[in-house]
Design a protein around this ligand. Structure first.
Ligand code: NAD
Length: 294
């Protein structure tokens, strides 16, 4: 069984990005600059944004964290986004989700200038990705594509089953796996909460991408021998034996599935670290004007 090591691969990508930053600076250019907006005090969101800011430091990027109160109005938030849109010093902008209920995610997302949308969430970038045009591809799907590529997983003509149809993972993943390039050229089945006989479908998957958000949902009897399994899920489970008091598990029952398949991503250390590496990569592309020419 091949363990697809996202931690190691993300470190390789980060050192490649670091080398590109050094080259830009040698030529007298400025460091890529990522801005993140964090609204409120949600613990998980603070952890995610903190990890993104730390990763920026690691590769030599500038970063700006804008923290806003939970009570900020939609209008005020839209003004902050517009200010960053207009700031030529900043290359990429992310707004950490979820946002408080009184703020429309659609309005805020749509306010982000597509040229700075390094999360790849705006309609412009989703449309461009779907058409196969240069685009910022959402970080998690992009990280998965990069893992498949760097581990030389054969995809052409294979049956790829995706569990989950979220806008940030499952749906873009299904589009990327069906496109006419590598990794891609799969026959794709996108499954969701209304799918019937799910395990009959997953058992036919050569590549199974799981983004259902349910701890250890996928068991050995649901997978085909020799398949490649990509586990996107992240769940904190209480564990008294750990110093932190919890451990992380995925959407896949790792031990029993790993014993049956050809390749699998672990949790932690699989898709998670790749998501951050992809965000950094998109920010580098933004700074270099490689998706939308400057
Ligand atoms: P989501 O909750 O938005 O979507 C879950 C999807 O699962 C839905 O589309 C739903 O239709 C589908 N679903 C629910 N029950 C089902 C069933 N019985 N059969 C088939 N499909 C079913 O999820 P998301 O935002 O895509 O996240 C999924 C998981 O991935 C979560 O655990 C999340 O924390 C994790 N995640 C990890 C990363 C990362 O960087 N590793 C990034 C994003 C999300």
């Amino acid at each position: 069984m091949l363990l697809i090591d996202g931690k190691k691969t993300s470190e390789e990508i980060k050192s490649e990005i670091g080398a590109s930053v050094a080259q830009i600076k040698e030529k007298g250019g400025k460091s890529p600059h990522l801005a993140a907006i964090l609204v409120g005090n949600d613990g998980a969101s603070q952890t995610y944004v903190g990890a993104k800011v730390k990763a920026c430091e690691q590769v030599g990027f500038e970063s700006t964290l804008v923290r806003l109160e939970e009570t900020v109005t939609e209008e005020e938030l839209l003004k902050v986004v517009e200010g960053i849109n207009q700031n030529d010093e900043i290359d990429g902008l992310i707004v950490q989700l979820p946002l408080p209920k009184h703020i429309s995610v659609e309005k805020v997302t749509n306010k982000i200038k597509p040229e700075k949308d390094v999360d790849g969430f705006t309609p412009a970038n989703v449309g461009r990705m779907t058409l196969g045009w240069p685009a910022y591809v959402a970080a998690t799907p992009y990280g998965i594509v990069e893992l498949l590529k760097r581990y030389n997983i054969d995809t052409a003509g294979k049956h790829c089953v995706v569990i989950g149809r979220s806008h940030i993972v499952g749906s873009p993943m299904s589009i990327l796996m069906a496109r006419n390039e590598y990794p891609g050229n799969c026959t794709v089945t996108l499954t969701h909460s209304r799918t019937q006989n799910l395990s009959e479908i997953t058992k036919t998957a050569d590549i199974l991408i799981v983004a259902i958000g349910k701890p250890e949902f996928v068991t050995a009897d649901m997978v085909k021998e020799g398949a490649t399994v990509i586990d996107v899920g992240i769940h904190r489970i209480a564990d008294a034996s750990k110093k932190s008091g919890f451990k992380l598990i995925g959407d896949v029952k790792f031990d029993e599935v790993a014993a049956k398949v050809a390749a699998i991503t672990p949790v932690p250390g699989g898709v998670g670290p790749m998501t951050i590496a992809s965000l950094l990569y998109n920010t580098l592309l933004a700074a270099e004007g490689k998706v939308y020419s400057k």
